[in-house]
Design a protein around this ligand. Structure first.
Ligand code: KG4
Ligand code: ZN
Length: 365
């Protein structure tokens, strides 16, 4: 590998259009040279969720300018980058096509290698960029489309230890908010409301708590919230904040049980692990302070390091895609063929079974 590698990353798998330039030095250190993200939140908020067709059009409109902006901020031209990394799955097909085709076109026009990146791999490897983390470690991805606990053994080596059998955690927050008449995206709204609510007023279920498997389930909780809300119609302000606080409490207890078991499994699988093992969190729900607090306390108790990368790099961005490309280049992975196709479904762990529902809303990651 040459002493310095620079890569242009492109991310368009859901409702963020993003481009970034990242460089990696021979000693493994790296620097983010630019990081541009355009959120489509406003385009989708009126619909209470991501509309795939709107997302694809918005990516088409924004991507070229965003790439130019990323290069400009990095003070370089396309000629100066060594490779292109574009998300090629999982995600919404329209967006993936826009990003991957743009990546291919740039690769062909400049004669540079193209890396087709798994969006989840981007999330999984981010902590190595931000915290220089060594393998192996555990990663909890909690976004609007995914809830997965993954053992990260190495670049390209992932084991899915747990996933949701129905709704994703972010989706559970969004649906709860919608039910209570709070705006989209619901996560931050529920968190805000929960602050002034009574978490003991409703005893919501904590599905799968106590079970040995490491999967998650949130649809029963959603149903219980609906029933509680229907039982006390019309809801007043206090009812709403109490439901939010009780909902969040149920989520925290669930995470404590599920992730606690995951940490213990890590210990059992790596009995001779030298140093402090780590749990990394990624995805929009990682913004939630109660969720963070729960995971931090759990890690303190179990002797794990808790790593929450800056929120900007926890949620969807192109830095993580560029970084995953650099990681692949660093271990000598061959570039992708320009015939590579986008994949709406692309599990990180090819051996993992698909569970019913598998937490996909559209194919949001
Ligand atoms: O990773 P992300 O930005 O986008 C994708 O899903 O791709 O995650 C968005 C999700 C939404 O479901 C949103 O409601 C949730 O993360 N979220 C939160 C908070 N902020 C965002 N959930 C709970 N508490 C928050 N503060
Ligand atoms: Zn994501």
């Amino acid at each position: 590998m040459t002493s310095l590698l620079r890569i242009l990353g492109i991310e368009t798998s859901c409702d963020e259009t993003a481009a970034a330039v990242v460089e990696r030095h021979a000693d493994g250190t790296s620097q983010v040279l630019s990081d541009v993200v355009l959120s489509q939140l406003e385009e989708h908020s009126a619909y209470g969720g991501v509309v795939p067709e709107i997302a694809a059009r918005a990516h088409v409109e924004a991507l070229d300018t965003l790439i130019e902006e990323a290069l400009k901020r990095a003070n370089m031209s396309l000629e100066d980058v060594d490779a292109i990394a574009a998300t090629s799955g999982p995600g919404l097909i329209g967006g993936l096509l826009v990003g991957l085709m743009t990546g291919k076109a740039i690769a062909r026009a400049t004669n540079k290698p193209l890396y087709a990146i798994n969006h989840l791999e981007g999330h999984a490897l981010t902590a190595r960029l931000t915290d220089g983390l060594s393998f192996p470690y555990l990663m909890l991805l909690v976004s609007g489309g995914h809830t997965q606990l993954i053992l990260v053994r190495g670049v390209g080596e992932y084991e899915r230890w747990g996933t949701t059998i129905d709704d994703a955690l972010g989706e559970a927050f969004d649906k709860t908010a919608k039910l209570l008449g709070l705006p989209y995206p619901g996560g931050p709204e529920v968190e805000r409301a929960a602050r002034s609510g009574n978490p003991d007023r409703f005893d919501f279920p904590r599905p799968l708590v106590g079970e040995a498997r490491l999967d998650f389930s949130f649809s029963g909780l959603k149903t219980a919230v609906r029933q509680a809300a229907l039982a006390i119609q019309p809801l007043n302000e206090q009812d709403i904040v109490d439901i939010c606080a009780s909902f969040q409490r149920a989520i925290s207890r669930t995470l404590k049980d599920r992730i606690g078991r995951g940490l213990q499994r890590f210990r059992a699988e790596f009995p001779t692990f030298a140093g402090e093992p780590a749990l990394v969190v990624a995805g929009g729900v990682a913004a939630n302070l109660e969720v963070r607090g729960t995971l931090q306390a759990l890690c303190d108790k179990e002797g794990f390091r808790f790593i929450a990368p800056p929120l900007r790099l926890c949620t969807d961005n192109a830095v993580m895609i560029a970084w995953a490309g650099l990681e692949r280049m660093a271990i000598g992975t061959a570039a992708d063929d320009l015939e590579v196709q986008p994949r709406t479904r692309w599990p990180l762990d090819a051996t993992a079974q698909t569970l019913i529902g598998h937490g996909k809303r559209g194919a949001k990651a």
